[in-house]
Design a protein around this ligand. Structure first.
Ligand code: GAR
Length: 268
């Protein structure tokens, strides 16, 4: 029997996925345990559930950090940045900031860098093998990702997204799927890379959308899929069965396409 994995979780809201993960660990479906639950806002309801399950919790209040940065002088803000924050490096790597204005991108990356340094500090007492984003509504920058993924061949941040990626990345996957008029909705679990919801896909689960569905029923169907899919993907990680592979394809026009994908290997 392999050693149980230590799972860290970041949430923003209700925490129903966190519940499903904790339940799967308790039931022995995942050989692991949740070692902390952190949130980006003090109102995240999932924090209470985590406390009840005796899971250590913490909050890094992103909104407050962003507000204070907006009110601070350039000198004050510079002093808040972590000493190892390399704006040029992070700027070159990232593809998450949705603006074309460089100053806005810089502000975005700096505020997130301050928040992420605080997150890393809060997480430090709880070593973990896997970090799961369970309804965490903040994009992570390369500053944070590089400090967690110390071996690029072994990504260890997972996210669940409420759409069949690469369709409908962003903050309202089920809403976007429904409004588009899709006949099939779904959810995706993927490793986190430097883009928004763009990392290697681990698992997906789809469901039909009927003519009488409304946005609420689509969300309900989707969440039920999530509660099964996320624990299943974490189980595969815990069994060391997820391998990332760099694929290269040459298209008919000679263009070369490269993509890192996930292969699920047989149990050893
Ligand atoms: C879930 O639907 C999850 O897929 C989504 O937030 C919800 C959180 O629910 N995540 C995202 O949109 C991430 N971009 P929960 O707090 O009850 O687990």
């Amino acid at each position: 029997m392999k050693k149980p994995i230590r799972i860290g979780a970041l949430i923003s809201g209700t925490g129903s996925n966190l519940d499903a993960i904790v339940g799967a660990c308790d039931a022995g479906k995942i050989n692991g345990r949740v070692v902390f639950a952190g949130a980006d806002n003090p109102g995240a309801k999932g924090l209470e559930k985590a406390k009840k399950a005796d899971i250590p919790t913490f909050v890094v209040d992103y909104a407050d950090i962003i507000r204070q940065f907006g009110a601070g002088t350039e000198q004050e803000n510079q002093e808040k940045l972590p000493p190892d924050f390399d704006l040029d490096d992070i700027f070159c790597k990232q593809s998450i900031a949705p603006f074309s204005d460089t100053n806005r991108v810089h502000t975005f990356l700096k505020t997130r860098g301050i928040a992420e340094a605080a997150l890393l500090e809060k997480m430090a007492p709880y070593p973990f093998d896997l970090l799961v984003l369970a309804g965490f509504m903040r994009n992570l920058t390369p500053y944070f990702i590089d400090r967690v993924n110390t071996d690029p061949a072994c990504p260890k941040i997972m996210n669940i997204h409420p759409a069949l990626l690469p369709a409908f990345p962003g903050t309202d996957g089920y809403g976007d799927t429904f409004r588009y008029g899709c006949r099939i909705g779904g959810c995706t679990v993927h490793f986190v890379d430097y883009g928004e919801d763009s990392g290697p896909i681990i698992g997906q689960s789809g469901f039909p959308i009927a003519d009488d569905d409304i946005i609420e029923s689509v969300r309900k169907k989707g969440l039920e899929r999530e509660w099964a899919l996320y624990p299943e993907c974490i189980r595969l990680f815990a069994e060391n069965r997820l391998k990332t592979v760099q694929m290269t394809h040459t298209l008919k026009n000679g263009k070369i396409v490269q993509r890192t994908i996930v292969k699920v290997v047989k149990p050893s």
